[in-house]
Design a protein around this ligand. Structure first.
Ligand code: AVJ
Ligand code: FE
Length: 482
């Protein structure tokens, strides 16, 4: 068996796919934006195709779980969103397939209903996505990519008609669509994990833990004080990450690494799932109703534990971060451990604030783009790396693996920052504000670097376990000496 990367080469796993040189001077900032946008779109498409070309038509049209769409729905939805935003709104071009809009509108059809729709076949969906991509690359080549550029484009597409100027500013809408496709690529990876049947994805194992992993202090102290949360300047940041604002936090302590399978197994073996003291009232009701006894995909085999991962059953690796736990399980574990989940603001301060300069960093390690030494991102490995990995990706506070490996549940519900403005459409974030959704931070091994930074916000319902989510715990810090 020849191991080959399961999915497309990630932008951070070697030379970035370099598109044909633009006939523009190297000093033209628009040319640099175009190159970056084109590379991000191409990386996303290679991954989309890798995740769909590995199954036959039955595997693409089947619904592998009522929680998920058939993969062929994601494929055509990726193309349809790109048509709406890049071809119609940014390019001002006439619609290609306006008849598809209602079929692939996530708000018109819940996931469970999607298999019954008259969807495009796998071949039709591939051809449609490719046709849209041809046009959007033409739009990218021609679009004026500055905030002041006037344009004669007349956006025709639903759901809104935002001004093309802000949409094109520093390539925002191209970055938004690359992130959209990568988000669906992670969703499709979760569908693969839920799918029954022989394995079709392969990837090399992550590197073993570094020598100092066993010597790390269990927690780090983040001193009290203000920091900058969110961003007003990152060109591809999505609306819910904006605007930047000052948040003052008391000192707190945070686990140096995500909670491991070994630590979580202690909770399981201590009877944690049978003791309502550790659970919130809703969490306990949910545990009872669903008879939860361990993370999703764990299997008990006599007195040892196995896990199922992309079609293989293997011993549970004790030193990897726990994954596939819902918010209720994370919250119960934290209470059992005498701790709590971090708030979203605490997580971001740990992942961004540089006390040496007072500046907010784009990533825990600094402003450089992620590379394979920083974090386990981009589907290079199809599992988390051992806790304590990636010393080069450590934050100024000393915490490791804040980006990559597993999404981390926080205690905070999803809402808009002060001064939030929906852009370019309310359905990306705003319609989810104030619901039952909990914020997740940091990204997983399945998240692409383009959709991962210290300001990036993800959210899901507290019962969800099919996402690649784990957590770390926190505690109030000692008061500052004065
Ligand atoms: C940000 C992951 C919660 O999948 O529901 C994809 C991303 N939005 N298409 C989701 C998204 C529209 C979104 N999450
Ligand atoms: Fe979508």
């Amino acid at each position: 068996m020849t191991p080959h990367p399961a999915t497309a080469p990630a932008a951070d796993s070697g030379p970035t796919p370099e598109p044909a040189a633009e006939p523009a001077p190297a000093t033209d900032p628009a040319a640099a934006v175009r190159r970056r946008a084109r590379a991000a779109l191409e990386t996303a498409r290679l991954r989309t195709l890798a995740l769909t070309d590995c199954l036959d038509d039955d595997g693409l049209t089947a619904q592998h779980s009522p929680l998920m769409s058939p993969l062929v729905w994601d494929l055509a939805h990726i193309g349809n969103q790109e048509e709406i935003w890049l071809v119609r709104a940014a390019g001002g071009r006439p619609p290609l397939r306006p008849d598809l809009d209602p079929l692939y509108d996530a708000f018109q059809h819940p996931r469970a209903e999607r298999p019954a729709l008259p969807l495009l076949s796998p071949d039709q969906a591939r051809a449609y996505a490719a046709e849209v991509r041809d046009q959007s690359l033409n739009v990218l080549a021609e679009a004026p990519l500055t905030s002041t550029a006037a344009t004669t484009a007349t956006p025709t597409g639903p759901p809104t008609d935002p001004l093309p100027g802000p949409l094109l500013d520093r390539g925002f809408v191209f970055g938004m669509l690359a992130q959209h496709e990568q988000q669906h690529d992670e969703t499709m990876l979760a569908t693969h994990q839920l799918r029954q049947g022989p394995p079709v994805l392969e990837a090399p194992a992550p590197p073993p833990a570094p020598a100092d992993a066993a010597l790390l202090p269990p927690e780090v102290l983040v001193p009290g004080g203000p920091f900058e949360m969110g961003t007003s300047t990152d060109p591809w940041a999505l609306d819910n990450e904006r605007p930047a604002h000052r948040v003052d936090l008391p000192a707190f302590r945070l686990d140096t690494t995500p909670v491991s399978n070994r630590a979580y197994l202690d909770f399981v073996q201590d009877g944690g799932y049978a003791d309502p003291r550790w659970w919130s009232p809703q969490g306990w009701a949910h545990r009872q109703r669903e008879r939860l006894e361990a993370p999703l995909f764990w299997l008990r085999d006599g007195d040892r534990w196995l896990r199922r991962r992309f079609g293989r059953t293997e011993p549970l690796p004790a030193d990897q971060p726990v994954v596939h736990v819902c918010w209720y399980e994370a919250d119960a574990y934290a209470r059992w451990a005498g701790r709590r989940l971090p708030t979203e603001a605490e997580w971001e301060k740990a992942a961004r604030h540089d006390p040496a300069t007072g500046r907010a960093l784009r990533h825990p390690w600094g402003d450089q783009d992620p590379d394979p030494a920083h974090a386990n991102l981009g589907q290079r490995h199809l599992e988390p790396a051992p806790v304590g990995s990636y010393p080069d990706g450590a934050a100024p506070c000393g915490a490791r693996q804040l980006l990559g490996d597993v999404w981390e549940w926080t205690s905070t519900g999803f809402t808009g920052y002060p001064g939030f403005t929906a852009f370019p459409y309310r359905e990306y974030s705003e319609v989810f504000f104030g619901g039952d959704y909990k914020v997740l931070r940091g990204g997983s091994f399945g998240t692409d670097p383009v959709a991962c930074r210290s300001t990036f916000r993800n959210w899901d319902l507290p019962v969800r376990r099919q996402i690649f989510a784990g957590f770390r715990t926190a505690a109030d810090g000692p008061p500052e000496r004065s």
